[in-house]
Design a protein around this ligand. Structure first.
Ligand code: ZN
Length: 129
């Protein structure tokens, strides 16, 4: 069957989740809005890491307006876990944490330099008056 890349029509093409799980995609399928048939890899990693029934449960427990964000974060976490089986997205978090520490040190040094230069300018100004 051809995909047009847009919304699925009726029960013609199952969403990526139902396709992978080899089940019928109901019109009220909880996965369908977030896992379109033309992005099969998106669900594959989420299923591998979280398990379809857990994802289903998590989505059911959330209000509809928050489900898209939840899916985005699950996809991000799952992809990170597949890329880095040891640290997953914690690898990215600790790398960013290190960058924050480095930048805070640089900022403190720059602020100390500013204070030093201001003192110098102030002394110079007094000297000249
Ligand atoms: Zn479905």
């Amino acid at each position: 069957m051809k995909e047009s890349g847009g919304r699925k029509q009726g029960a013609a093409s199952p969403c990526a989740a139902c396709k992978l799980l080899r089940r019928r995609c109901a019109h009220d399928c909880v996965f369908a809005p977030y896992f379109p048939a033309d992005e099969p890899h998106k669900f594959a990693n989420v299923h591998k890491v979280f398990g379809a029934s857990n994802v289903n449960k998590m989505l059911q427990e959330l209000p509809v307006h928050q489900r898209g964000d939840a899916v985005s974060s699950m996809v991000y976490e799952a992809n990170a876990r597949v890329r880095d089986p040891v640290y997953g997205c914690v690898g990215a978090i600790s790398s960013l944490q290190q960058q924050i520490d480095t930048l805070q040190t640089q900022l403190a040094l720059a602020q100390a330099e500013v204070v030093h230069l201001k003192q110098f300018e102030w002394k110079k100004g007094r000297w000249w008056q």
